[in-house]
Each structure stands twice: as C-alpha cells, then as structure tokens.
Design a protein around this ligand. Structure first.
Ligand code: PLP
Length: 400
C-alpha cells in the first residue's frame, strides 16, 4: 500500500469512541451494556429546531451555503454572544463550522507552524492534543490537580508558556472533570495571559449552559476585555440543545483570525448544512427555558452519581460545578485483583475489567491526561445511572 502521512503517527482513536465501539461490539453479542462513556445528551433535539429545518427544506434553502455561515445564523450568534456573554462581535468576526470540533481544527490549522506549542490544561478533551498534532504543533499539558478542584493554577500556566507558545486552550466547564471557573479564577488566568501578548487564547465554552447550584459561567473575553483581540470564543449547539448530530459549532474572534480560519474551512468543506443552520437559528433565538429545565435534571443526576460513588470503598468522587461528567479517583482500587482474577494496575485496567465483568462502559482518566481516574458521563437517565453505580459498587466489592 502507498504510505500514509507521518503527521497521523501520533494521532490516536479517541478513548471514548474506542470504548463506545467496544460496548457496541458486546451489545451485538447480546450483552446488556450500561453505557456511561458517551459525551452526548440523552434529551431530544427541541421540536422547534426540527420544525425550522423542515420549513427551510420546504422553502428551498438547499443550495450551497455562504461559506462562513448563513447571514441568519451569524446574526443569531451575534445576538447570543451579546445577550449571554456581553460580547460584541461584528458579523465578519463570526464563523460557523461543523461542530465546535471543526472550529478548533480550523483555528489550529490556520495558525500553527511546526514547533509551535499549544498549552492544554490536563485533564482535558483529548481532541485538543490530537488537533494540535495534526497541525504539526506540540501539545503542552498543564496539570490541574484534584487538590485544586481540577482547575488551572495561574503559576502553573505561567510556567508552561514559552516563546514558542501559540495557543492556550481553556475548557471550563471541563470535559472530563466538570470543573468550572469562577470569575476571580478566570481573572487570575487572564492576568497571566496579559503578560504574554504572543499567545492566542481559545476558550471552548461548549458546556456553558451546564452549570449547577447557581454557579455562574464566565468566559475570558468578557472577564478581561483587554484580551478580546486575542481570544477565540468557541461554542456550539451540540451539548446545550442536544443537537450533536446536526453539527453546528460557532465562534467569535478577531477578524483576521476568522478570515484565516474561513480559508481553511473553505478548502475542507463548503460550509455547513443549510438545514442545520436554520435549526440552530431557531434554538439560539427561541425560548431558553429548556436549558434551565435540563440543567436541573443533570444536577439531580450528578448528585445521585456522586453520592453513590462516594459510598464505594476504593473510590472518592469530587462534586463538579458543571458539564455532565464526574471524574472519580480510583486510587484505592489500584493494585487489587478482580473476582475473575484480573489485576488492576491502572485506570485502563479498571475500565476494561469493569466493562468485561460488569458490562459498564466508562473511560479511563489516562485518556484525558490524568490517572488514576475514570470519566463517568451522567448524560443518561437516572435508572441507568443507578444500575451502573450498583454494578461499579459490586465490581469494587469483589476486588481483593
Ligand atoms: N468541546 C468539548 C470539550 C467536547 O467535549 C466536545 C464533545 O464531546 C466538543 C467540543 C465537540 O462538540 P461538537 O459536537 O460541537 O463538535
């Protein structure tokens, strides 16, 4: 076979996708799997989004879209940034792409040269590092330890920045820990970044609407307006509106950066599906009541899972501020042996044995850059969560 590109050598299949595939395989064999591995809301897409897409199709909105996004969606995004984040973006400072993922891809491809560094708080969504590698840049993880509630310390961030740093990527509320930053914690990060004017900042705010107990989300360009001309504020319809399959991501940022990203975008895809864009306009401009209703449900589930997990010997679970993940510490299970005789040397061993012996799918913390932890998604119904926790409990009870 002719050779593949060496830039793919270090890019891995995502661990959560690998776990979902393994669970699917077992399911196909007739095994009843409890899936706590997927980062996808279990709620349906709001009906008014579906109706808007339907009407757009009937009205003939089925031709090539404007490459940076339809005028209607960019205007809706402009209103969203103003209404919810107090950020002013002109229409040519806004880009629509196929999910937040493609926004991040466009940004790094448009800006990174070989040898550039991308600072990524760890644990973090593995895709950031993989996209950096595809852009021939070097990911630089900065640990956000559990004893700091999985948040980024200003001193650690400062120490990670070098003359080669091109980007800092922020993601709070965070995948996989659920940690979110208060305004003063974000200001401390911003103060560090004011000292490093050569660095762009990408804030992935995809979990913005998933915070609990009155926690107030904030985003860095709003907290520190002096940084706004270096910040790319990224968001999307997937998590807030349960629209993962529609593939709508959007961002606001400085005009030159957006133009460069649009260049990458235009070569990779001719813009995103017009019907998805019509649906996104409907949810951004429509009633936002469902966000609060769904957040209340997620909070109940979070509390249920945290309570269950903390009652299991060998596991401790921090209560996160947001997203729909918990990231329990499983240090107390390491070095033990399962009922079926498997030795647990790592979190990868833990999740594999848990899947094979109790048929519960989770993702190992090492996939996000921190061990020994497990990512558990609570984007599923309470009964499934209870059953999943019961099985984890009996798995741990069997460890010797
Ligand atoms: N950002 C984070 C932190 C995520 O966890 C995910 C999905 O899991 C995304 C972005 C991707 O979102 P989208 O569906 O908009 O590509």
């Amino acid at each position: 076979m002719p050779q593949l590109a060496s830039r793919l050598d270090n890019v891995k299949v995502s661990a959560s996708a690998a776990m979902t595939d393994k669970a699917r395989e077992l399911r196909a064999q007739g095994v009843q799997i409890i899936s706590l591995s997927s980062g996808e809301p279990d709620f349906p897409t709001p009906p008014h989004a579906i109706e808007a897409a339907h009407q757009a199709a009937l009205a003939g909105d089925t031709k090539y879209p404007a490459q940076p996004g339809t005028a209607a969606l960019r205007a809706a995004v402009q209103r969203k940034f103003k209404r919810e984040n107090n950020l002013d973006y002109a229409l040519d400072e806004i880009l629509i792409a196929n999910g937040g993922k493609q926004i991040i891809f466009n940004a790094l491809l448009a800006t990174c040269n070989p040898g550039d560094e991308v600072v990524i708080p760890a644990p973090g969504w593995i895709t950031y590092a993989d996209i950096a590698l595809l852009a021939e840049a070097t990911p630089v993880p900065v640990p956000c330890p559990e004893n700091n509630h999985f948040k980024l310390r200003a001193d650690d961030l400062d120490a990670a920045i070098t003359p080669k740093t091109k980007w800092l990527i922020l993601n709070f509320p965070n995948n996989p820990t659920g940690a979110a930053c208060t305004r003063s914690e974000m200001q401390a990060i911003a103060d560090v970044m004011l000292k490093h004017p050569h660095v762009w900042i990408l804030t992935d705010d995809i979990y913005e609407h998933l915070t609990y107990d009155g926690f107030e989300f904030c985003t860095i360009a709003e907290v520190e307006p002096k940084l706004k001309d270096r910040v790319l504020t990224v968001n999307g319809a997937s998590k807030a509106y349960a629209m993962t399959g529609w593939r709508v991501g959007y961002c606001g940022g400085p005009k030159q950066l957006i133009a460069a990203m649009n260049n990458v975008h235009g070569q990779a895809t001719g813009g995103i599906c017009t019907l998805s864009q019509a649906a996104a306009v409907a949810v951004l401009d429509g009633s936002q009541d469902l966000l609060k209703e769904r957040a209340d449900v997620y909070r109940e589930r979070r509390d249920l899972v945290v309570r269950f997990l903390n009652a299991i010997p060998g596991i401790t679970c921090h209560t996160p501020e947001g997203a729909f993940y918990v990231f329990p510490n499983i240090a107390g299970c390491i070095g033990k042996t399962t009922e079926r005789g498997r030795r647990i040397e790592s979190d990868t061993d833990f999740v594999s044995a848990l899947l094979e012996e109790q048929h519960v799918a989770t993702v190992q913390g090492s996939a996000y850059g921190m061990s020994p932890y497990v990512r558990i998604s609570y984007a599923t119904d309470a009964e499934t969560l209870k059953e999943g926790c019961r099985r984890i409990s009996s798995f741990c009870a069997g460890l010797r």
